[in-house]
Design a binder for this molecule. Structure first.
Ligand code: NAD
Length: 498
């Protein structure tokens, strides 16, 4: 058995499909070759999930809860190793990957308890002799397809609630970062065979999983373009699709921040830089557009640039590193192209804009841009890199109009101490999460997902559990009696009922 084996029906098996080369984005060396699942192996994984669903969906919720807590315990026990593997294959700083493991464990603990807390609700019946209930049933087999930027967290946001709901899963990591997910198999070995299967593979494997009639729901995180394909495949066979896709999150800074606090602007700049550059900007909720009120704009830009220039690029294993390499050369090139196009259209680069120092790795220095025209991709399309374009605005209404002006609606950030501004933003921003004065903080109990093309459905919170439940209305009459609205309507058969 190897750490690179797939997990199918409770067995670790060597992949029999195409090889996937995994690159370390810091050294740019190939660190592993993983054999993906062959079509027959994917078929076996789905068949195992189908079979396992029967018993798992009937397992008492308390027993499922104990098994999910055990997943959390094993995650913490193996956390350092898993975090190091994520660092090698993804380039995210080790400190951030350690956080990611803890968030995964906490999420399994959360759904262990939420899953045994309620199975529906009792509703007022039509008559006093009746009992009426809304019962939440497990949905079935869930296919989980995830990207490379938070390989284990985004998988956990699907697998933990799906298992808690009584579903079985087939998980497919990104072809860019399969190693940590395959290593995760040990955290599931106490579960009945087939409840969790893990298949490595690229787009074809994801497409085959999405098209499989035996899969009741695809829970997907990734780009809008791929999400659309998944949605179409699911629509074709009328299966559920829960889609978490791209974003172009705005970050609004109100002038009252300066008045409220001596260092208010400095803090809003540091918060903005973290929101823009975390994981080299490769976060679906990265702050990608800054709208700053005119009277604090100059101070904000200066503070932002000064802080950006102090950030340390380097080896993601090095504890002094703030920002590691981007995940791959193509991902980096996309960012270079967007910045160059903005500069060609008149934008100015105030910090960063190049490799940033290290002599190897897919580095792009944290970059601050001003003067980008509103119609450039840098202000309209997802960048997914460490770039912060800053735009002055006259007032909050202009900021909100610009913030709402893209096809995305994942998250939005606001810095203000003014209650009226905060409430106005909360009401008007068309985004799945609105963060006020604390960018990008997730909460297992708070649903996460997007408006508009950023998503359909929600993860986390109770909504994240309901995504993997089917709803059944049970209407129960305790008397066996003729109802007076039945036939006959007329007097022909005797007394009219009406
Ligand atoms: P991607 O869309 O290229 O790939 C995502 C996953 O889909 C991968 O596992 C891939 O193998 C698979 N896939 C590819 N083609 C497929 C097909 N035809 N059918 C089914 N599956 C297929 O995305 P990526 O480059 O890995 O990740 C970056 C994207 O993910 C960004 O757009 C980012 O915004 C988004 N993202 C969104 C969230 C969120 O929660 N909304 C979180 C993180 C990342």
């Amino acid at each position: 058995m190897s750490d690179r084996d797939l997990l199918i029906g409770g067995e670790r098996v060597a992949g029999a499909g195409d090889p996937l080369a995994v690159e370390n984005p810091f050294t740019t060396e190939t660190i592993a070759t993983v054999a993906s699942a062959s079509p027959e192996q994917l078929d076996a994984a789905v068949a195992a999930a189908r079979e396992a669903f029967e018993a798992w969906s009937r397992t008492p919720a308390l027993e499922r809860a104990e098994m999910l807590h055990e997943v959390a315990r094993r995650l913490r026990e193996n956390g350092e190793e898993l975090a190091r593997t994520m660092t090698s294959e993804g380039g995210k700083p080790l400190v951030e990957n350690r956080d990611e493991i803890e968030w995964c464990a906490a999420c399994f603990d959360y759904y262990a308890e939420v899953g045994r807390d309620s199975a529906g609700r009792v509703i007022p019946p039509i008559e006093s002799t009746q009992l009426a209930m809304v019962v939440k049933d497990p949905l079935g087999v869930v296919g989980c397809i995830v990207p490379w930027n938070y390989p284990l967290l985004l998988l956990t946001w699907k697998v933990a609630p799906a298992l808690a709901a009584g579903c079985s899963v087939v998980a497919k990591p990104s072809e860019v970062t399969p190693l940590s997910t395959l290593e995760l198999a040990g955290c599931f070995s106490h579960l009945p065979a087939g409840v969790v299967s893990i298949v490595a593979g690229a787009g074809e494997t994801g497409a085959a999983l999405s098209a499989d009639e035996r899969v009741d729901c695809i829970a997907f995180t990734g780009s809008v373009a791929t999400g659309r394909k998944v949605a179409l495949a699911c629509a074709e066979r009328l299966a559920r699709a829960n889609l978490e896709m791209g974003g172009k999150d705005p970050f609004i800074v109100c002038s009252d921040v300066a008045a409220a606090h001596d260092s208010g602007i400095e803090i809003a700049a540091r918060g903005g830089a973290w929101a823009a550059f975390l994981n080299a900007g490769q976060v679906c909720t990265s702050a990608e557009r800054f709208y700053v009120m005119k009277d604090v704009y100059d101070d904000y830009v200066s503070a932002f640039v000064a802080h950006t220039e102090s950030l340390v690029l380097g080896d993601p294993f090095d504890e002094a590193t703030d920002i590691g390499p981007m995940v791959s050369a193509p991902q980096r090139q996309k960012v270079v192209d967007q910045v160059e196009a903005a500069v060609a259209a008149g934008a100015e680069v105030l910090a960063g804009g190049g490799d940033g120092g290290p002599d190897r790795g897919h580095f792009f220095a944290p970059t601050v841009v001003t003067g980008a025209p509103a119609e450039t991709d840098l202000l309209r399309e997802e960048t997914f890199g460490p770039v912060a374009p800053i735009v002055p605005v006259a007032d909050l209404d202009e900021a909100i109009a610009l913030a709402n002006g893209t096809r995305f609606g994942l998250g939005a950030n606001v810095y203000t101490r003014d209650l009226k501004n905060a409430i106005h933003c909360m009401r008007e921003l068309r985004a799945g999460t609105v963060w006020i004065n604390d960018p990008l903080t997730d909460n297992d109990a708070g649903p996460f997902g997007g408006f508009k093309q950023s998503g359909i459905g929600r993860e986390l919170g109770r909504e994240g559990l309901e995504a993997f439940q089917e709803t059944k209305h049970v209407h129960m009459e305790t008397e066996i009696e003729q109802k007076d609205w039945w036939y006959p309507y007329g007097p022909a058969g005797g007394e009219s009922n009406r």
